[in-house]
Design a protein around this ligand. Sequence first.
Ligand code: CA
Length: 230
Amino acid sequence: MKILVVEDEQSVSSFIRKGLEEQGYEVTQAFDGTMGLRAAMQKDFDLLILDIILPGMNGLEVCKKLREEGETAVPVLMLTALGATDDVVTGLDAGADDYLAKPFKFKELLARVRALTRRKSLSKATKQLQVADLEIDLDSKVVSRGDKPIKLTAKEFNLLEYLIRNKGRVVSRVDILENVWEVNFDMGTNVIDVYVNYLRNKIDKNFSPKLIHTVVGMGYVLKESYDENS
Ligand code: CA
């Protein structure tokens, strides 16, 4: 597993690098946004850990640029300042998959890293999943509806995969948090709603039937339904 750490604070960067290397990850460091973006575009990484506050181009710009350039598959973990909730939403909008507030304990970082990189190692078993005319390929990460290709970020893909695997079953926000984000601590469930909306805009908005349905007071269910009220 190759991880790119983009962080200008030497102490934080080496704390992350040492910890991850002890866990067997291969770590590349970049110390400003421009270097980080260049490295991310040139090499194939399994994960990017991206600090928001960086000299030159900040982390949000790096992430946005990366996604615009078509690097949609690599998961991005954003590091934010504690309590900066605006940064969290902006970060997710810029295409980050998850975030971690500074200061953090290494085990918290590791939990996020494992969750975000897990998909890649799982996808060894080749599989395709389908609901109505929506198809997802777990190997190539290609998603399509009615033969139209749909670009999803890594997190959106994981969320969709989870919903499809639980097709017809109502899953709660906590279920989603635990299984897709693999965390059950300190993260509000509103991030789930934000992501479900991203996913809806991509896979449901211009298509029929709608597949993702809200079950008031319970959560979400993915099913083929022509019922306007569901
Ligand atoms: Ca920084």
